[in-house]
Write a protein that binds this ligand. Structure first.
Ligand code: 16G
Length: 242
């Protein structure tokens, strides 16, 4: 219920009410939400306020406006907890979704200075450059470009990267992946990324740079991923530190 004496703005309270309805699945993805008039009559608030709440939920990706049709509940974002180093395939399977990959490009190239430094190899040493679209239940989620030293990850090929890279490294090559560092930044989709991810050019994306290392400390991969911000959110668990 809306509390008009609360210091919280009314539009914000309505946003929370609608989010809760989505969480409790009283409103499901694809459902048409009640009209502005219905909300305004039910909660005895102005239509302007209702519009403000709905606009904000559209901007945040909870709702989707379809021209001339109304406002619908959007597919809810995938939540990824940033706690341990996991692979895309593992992440999707844990959620009961089917991971798949569309290989865009697979090359062996001499490394540039920047990548060589990150991989602790000499500039010009051969590296794999793997460009993949990662999908969950057939929906593109991320575009990923990975660089790995050829000498380290023996026998990598197109078929393997069509499945799980980490599974190959750990179960076939029997190497142990130790830890990773990840940098997360906000960005917007450029033309190629928007085409690959099936979003508008300029749509918000989350850009992630991951460096991962084997247990012995050797750098394993440098990966740049572009995630759809309308489908993904990252959750960070933070133990209190002083
Ligand atoms: C994730 C990792 C990526 C890794 C891949 C392996 C991020 C940002 N990136 O997508 O670094 O190469 O998983 O997944 O999380 P795979 O084993 O399914 O190929």
């Amino acid at each position: 219920m809306i509390n008009k004496n609360s210091p919280l703005p009314i539009y914000y309270q309505l946003e929370e009410i609608i989010k809760e309805m989505i969480e409790k699945e009283e409103l499901k993805p694809g459902d048409l939400i009640p009209s502005e008039r219905e909300f305004s009559e039910k909660y005895e608030i102005s239509r302007m306020t209702v519009r403000q709440a709905i606009n904000s939920l559209v901007n945040d990706g909870y709702l989707l406006r379809k021209q001339g049709k109304g406002t619908y509940v959007a597919r809810q974002k995938i939540e990824q907890t940033l706690k341990g180093l996991t692979s895309f395939s593992e992440d999707m399977k844990t959620r009961g979704m089917e991971p798949s990959t569309k290989l865009i490009d697979f090359n062996v190239i001499p490394s540039s200075n920047g990548i060589a430094t990150k991989l602790a190899i000499e500039e010009g040493t051969l590296i794999y450059e793997v460009k993949r679209v990662r999908l969950a239940d057939h929906i593109p989620m991320a575009y990923e470009v990975s660089y790995l030293p050829v000498d380290l990850v023996k026998g990598l090929n197109k078929e393997i990267v069509n499945g799980s890279l980490y599974e190959y490294i750990e179960n076939i090559l029997n190497m142990k992946i130790g830890h990773g560092t990840q940098v997360l930044e906000a960005s917007i989709a450029r033309k190629t990324e928007s085409e690959i991810l099936d979003i508008h050019e300029g749509a918000p994306v989350l850009m992630i740079q991951r460096y991962s290392y084997l247990e012995d400390g050797n750098p394993l991969e440098v990966v740049k991923s572009v995630y759809r911000a309308d489908r993904y959110k990252f959750i960070i668990d933070m133990p209190r530190v002083k």
